[in-house]
Design a protein around this ligand. Sequence first.
Ligand code: UDP
Length: 340
Amino acid sequence: MPTTVLVTGGAGFIGSHTCVELLENGYEVVVVDDHSNSSPVALERVAKTAGRPIAAAYRADLRDRGALDSVFAAHRIDSVIHFAAKKAVGESVGMPVAYYDVNVGGTTSLLSAMHAHGVRHLVFSSSCSVYGNADKVPLTEQDPPAPTNPYASTKWMCEQVLADTCRHLPELRVLALRYFNPVGAHPSGLLGEDPRGVPNNVMPYLAQVAVGRRERLSVFGDDYPTPDGTGIRDYIHVMDVAEGHRRALERLNDESGLRVLNLGTGVGSSVLELVSAFEQASGRPIPYEVTGRRAGDVAELVADPGAVKEAWNWAATRDLSAMCRDAWRFQELNPAGYGG
Ligand code: UDP
């Protein structure tokens, strides 16, 4: 029997790319997504890209335990990958309660349904933002979390809920992956990042400027203590992130309790370096203007990817130019995103 994986948020950016990776490697995939920030079209593209259908897709909010129970009752789920969450730093500062409700409430509801249905394997989407204002980079998993915004706080809280739940339910095996900044797209151009409304994250915003949907990028601050004054992040190709999830699933059997791992490249790039890499990849100029800092932002976040390398003998391989090239291909082929 093939392994069946429930992917929450499977129509989202990282979720959809991970679904392709799973389908291409023989897994059966069941998706739950409320489409609050994703399009059902992404799931059609997943099937087209992988050349295989997903087993089932449900439109549901994870806080709806009844809906979750029906999903677990209808499929013999072996493992869960939990992506579904609200994910924008800036937005979270303005609506903290909604972030706690969706991100923490969604996770506890899912854990409770997993427990009720005897499902023990979970890969959890965490974030490098839990580290907050780091004293030094690169960051290892031993560096203390110090979230600076509600989004990051929800991810850190979920990790704590998972750690404590694992202490009391020793049969649980959980890998929490702290992603740095996933960007890029599937190289086919069929799948990519298509947020609803104005993009909160820098890469989809850049791509929409390049394609003419938006006038210019606002660079949030050039007075950070970094070489060019703009924020530095560890951008990682979404295909590497997707591959990382498949590795994580394969490794869950060897785990006990909760293990936290960084998913990054170890290479930091500033906003201005990203703008320049995107100009090269797209062959288009990217107008930008420097505005004030964004609330909740930090100067620099770069991973030490050593722990994942040691645990899985695996590392991300795609560089910034591949990330920009693939993001641009998706945007150029789908100027209006999945709605076009
Ligand atoms: N950023 C920016 N303009 C934007 C969006 C983001 O200058 O329109 C900057 C942001 O301040 C940070 C980097 O780009 O330094 C990455 O931000 P993003 O929101 O993509 O990811 P985050 O690191 O917040 O998860």
